[in-house]
Design a protein around this ligand. Structure first.
Ligand code: CA2
Length: 163
């Protein structure tokens, strides 16, 4: 049976929030020494092995991230989002993700629950299918794997043998 291209290679939007473009430059004890570009490539490589395609954007401004979520509607099968500090207070991002109709995985490099109290609240978690946090750069690959499992369950991604 012939499958539509979007069924064979669903698009996963990887969304990076404020300051994540600085990864690798500062605070390696918290965020590791790898750059964001390195993490994006790791996610993209993992996605390829699973039959998905990663599109990545990073923005420092809340509204730009909200617009990316709007643009993803009906186009991307999933969003993996590291909202940066917006995690803790952006109801605009919360509302945008809430009306996104695909899989949403929240991703953090560090473990916010083990850090300062202001990081213990996420306004994104409530509109995510799940959260991956505290695994450093490995989290990018784990998030992609989680997306693949959920898309398989929903029939949006074909099992490896069927591709
Ligand atoms: O652990 C994560 O991935 C965070 O989302 C990172 C955010 C932080 O506000 C969240 O609480 C947890 C911060 C991203 C800023 O990253 C920097 C990297 C290098 C230098 C400065 C900031």
């Amino acid at each position: 049976m012939t499958q539509a291209p979007e069924v064979m290679h669903p698009v996963v939007l990887l969304l990076s929030g404020p300051n994540l473009g600085l990864l690798g430059e500062r605070q390696p004890e918290i965020y590791g020494s790898e750059t964001l570009a390195h993490h994006v490539e790791a996610a993209a490589a993992e996605a390829r092995t699973l039959g998905m395609a990663i599109e990545h954007v990073q923005h420092d401004h809340e509204g730009d991230l909200v617009e990316e979520v709007h643009r993803a509607r009906g186009r991307a099968a999933a969003i993996v989002v590291n909202p940066g500090a917006l995690t803790h207070y952006s109801w605009a991002l919360h509302d945008a993700l809430k009306v996104f109709d695909g899989v949403v995985v929240e991703l953090h490099i560090s473990n916010p629950a083990a850090r300062e109290p202001f990081r213990h609240t996420s306004v994104v978690s409530a509109v995510a299918d799940g959260t991956i946090a505290g695994f450093g750069g490995l989290g990018y690959r784990l998030a992609v794997r989680a997306v693949a499992e959920l898309l398989l369950q929903r029939g949006v991604l074909a099992a490896a043998g069927a591709r």
